[in-house]
Design a protein around this ligand. Structure first.
Ligand code: CP
Length: 305
């Protein structure tokens, strides 16, 4: 596919195709050095980012290409009143592929409509972060050899976190044994997400306490409460600090439980977990580079070696 806008544009076979390329890159990274020599990745980040921008930059550079772009719109001619459309049109003429992050739902889709170069959604609005989901699913597949038949708990802000909305939509391509959606009632997933899971025959249960399900989980995916997306700070104040995963909280966990987190993490995971066998979130971020290398190769080459 040319543009990467929504995870719902990807079926299981597409994701497994991407996983296979990622596996090949991980087996022999040096084989891919220079395969995108001369290509330029442009990025336009209208919201802060560490992983998404830097991992795309790392990915294109490892493939022999270069990256240009901005992370502070206030230091571009947007500050002088230039439009979003003209800003994207400039990246179109300066680069071969463009990654966009934006606070507004649909910003990446709009960019794809006005731009002749491939657009990758690096996270827009509340619902879509497709490349994050690709690396999340790859991490699970890489660790367990499968995504099917696993019991997966998803904990935290299931309403506003686009990583979660994307993940739940992406997981619907597979056959997890069960999903536990763990959140305060205020932060339950939106109805259209639950409907999508139902239509996809994914068994799920809404629960409030990690303790009630921890012993069943193979994977625990944790996300921070997204303070910046709450329309009402009073609502945020009612749920902030709702969860903190500690070693004690994992006392009934399976030996092979693995914890994922898209990062950044704040206080929802105790730092004491960082160096335990449970923590997979740093490897997850590292796989992000390789998954994004696979994605860039798939889009920019006729055939991936
Ligand atoms: N996971 C993720 O999107 O991280 P950043 O916001 O740092 O890019």
């Amino acid at each position: 596919m040319r543009d990467i806008i929504s995870i719902t544009d990807f079926k299981r076979r597409d994701l497994e195709f991407l996983f296979r390329i990622t596996d090949r890159i991980l087996e022999n990274p040096s084989r891919y050095f220079g395969t995108l020599r001369g290509k330029i990745l442009g990025y336009a980040f209208f919201e802060p980012s560490t992983r998404t921008r830097l991992s795309f930059e790392s990915a294109i550079k490892r493939l022999g290409g270069q990256a240009i772009g901005f992370v502070e719109p206030s230091k571009t001619s947007l500050k002088k009143g230039e439009s979003f459309k003209d800003t994207i049109k400039m990246l179109e003429v300066y680069s071969d592929i463009i990654v966009i992050r934006h606070p507004a739902d649909g910003a990446a889709k709009y960019a794809a409509e006005i731009c002749r170069k491939p657009i990758i959604n690096g996270g827009d609005g509340k619902f879509q972060h497709p490349t994050q989901t690709m690396l999340d699913l790859y991490t699970i597949y890489r660790e367990f050899g499968t995504i099917d038949n696993l019991v997966i708990g998803v904990l935290g802000d299931l309403k506003y976190a686009r990583t979660i909305n994307s993940l739940l939509l992406g997981l619907a391509n597979f056959k997890p044994k069960k999903l536990y959606l763990i959140s305060p009632p205020l932060l339950r997933p939106r109805e259209f997400i639950l409907d999508y899971l139902l239509e996809s025959n994914i068994g799920f249960e809404l629960v409030e306490r990690l303790n009630d399900v921890i012993s069943e989980l193979d994977v625990l995916y944790v996300v921070r409460i997204q303070k910046e997306r709450f329309p009402d700070i009073m609502e945020y104040n009612r749920v902030k600090g709702a969860y903190r995963v500690t070693l004690k909280a994992l006392s009934e966990a399976k030996e092979h439980l693995r914890i994922l987190h898209p990062l950044p993490k704040l206080d929802e995971i105790a730092p004491e977990l960082d160096n335990t066998k449970y923590a997979l979130y740093y490897e997850q971020a590292q796989y992000g580079v390789y998954v994004r290398m696979a994605l860039l190769l798939s889009i920019l080459l006729e055939e991936v070696p």
